[in-house]
Design a protein around this ligand. Sequence first.
Ligand SMILES: Nc1nc2c(c(=O)[nH]1)N[C@H]1C(S)=C(S)[C@@H](COP(=O)(O)O)O[C@H]1N2
Ligand SMILES: [Mo]
Length: 263
Amino acid sequence: MVSPFFIGAIGNALWAGAPLAAVLEQAGVSDAATEVVFWGADAGDVELHDDIRDVTMHQNFARSMSLNDAMNPENILCYEMNGVELPGRNGFPLRLIAPGWYGVANVKWLTRIELRNRRFMGKFMARDYVTIRKETTEDGETVWAETSVGPTRLKSAPARVTQGDAGHRIVGAAWGAPIARVEVRIDNGPWLEATIDRSEEAEFAWSIWSLDWKDAGPGEHAITSRAIDAAGNVQPAPDDPWIAGKQTYWESNGQITRRVQIG
Ligand SMILES: Nc1nc2c(c(=O)[nH]1)N[C@H]1C(S)=C(S)[C@@H](COP(=O)(O)O)O[C@H]1N2
Ligand SMILES: [Mo]
């Protein structure tokens, strides 16, 4: 499946729980530990049948992080969502919430947290949720890189166009890093700076932005947005090698163009 972005698969919620770092520290972290594995209660069969392997593994869902990433004070062992007990489908009784990571890192229905001294290469680290990218090195050599889906990347998207007395307004969201600015391009015009609603901001939630569009003529228009983070990084265009060289749909943070019809 190739989709420009995953409509409906994202949202914002308020999460509460116990800090993961404090729990690990209390349990005692060995000097040898480098990797933290989070295991969920759900399981399935993983089949590996080829010339050198012939196994069926009944495995529970698991994802890992480096010990360094796991110790980030923002990570919580979460038991509350939007002020109420964590709902079953969102991971009751306990899940990991690792702010700033893509959904898959946030293991639900936790049964076990394990420290290891080797990289963990389970199905959801090394087979699924792997971004495949064709890259060109400084020497002009082509390399195929496979990397596990990691922290969220800088992104924005135009969400909708509304019409009021003073004209049209384009509204959208930006997320994935502290957002410094959002710019919007209408058709092939210049990039225009949108206004970010700072009153609604929370560090890991969407930044909602808008741009007044006063002279929208009838017909079809193309609207593109790009976010710029506090470090000056710009959300990449679709022809940026980082996006163009990517063969899988995960981590698709390229600029999005939406077509609207003005009547
Ligand atoms: N145990 C377990 N945790 C899991 C998953 C899963 O299949 N099993 N799916 C992951 C993925 S891919 C996503 S996007 C989120 C979705 O859960 P949410 O809607 O509560 O955020 O859970 C993550 N945690
Ligand atoms: Mo997901």
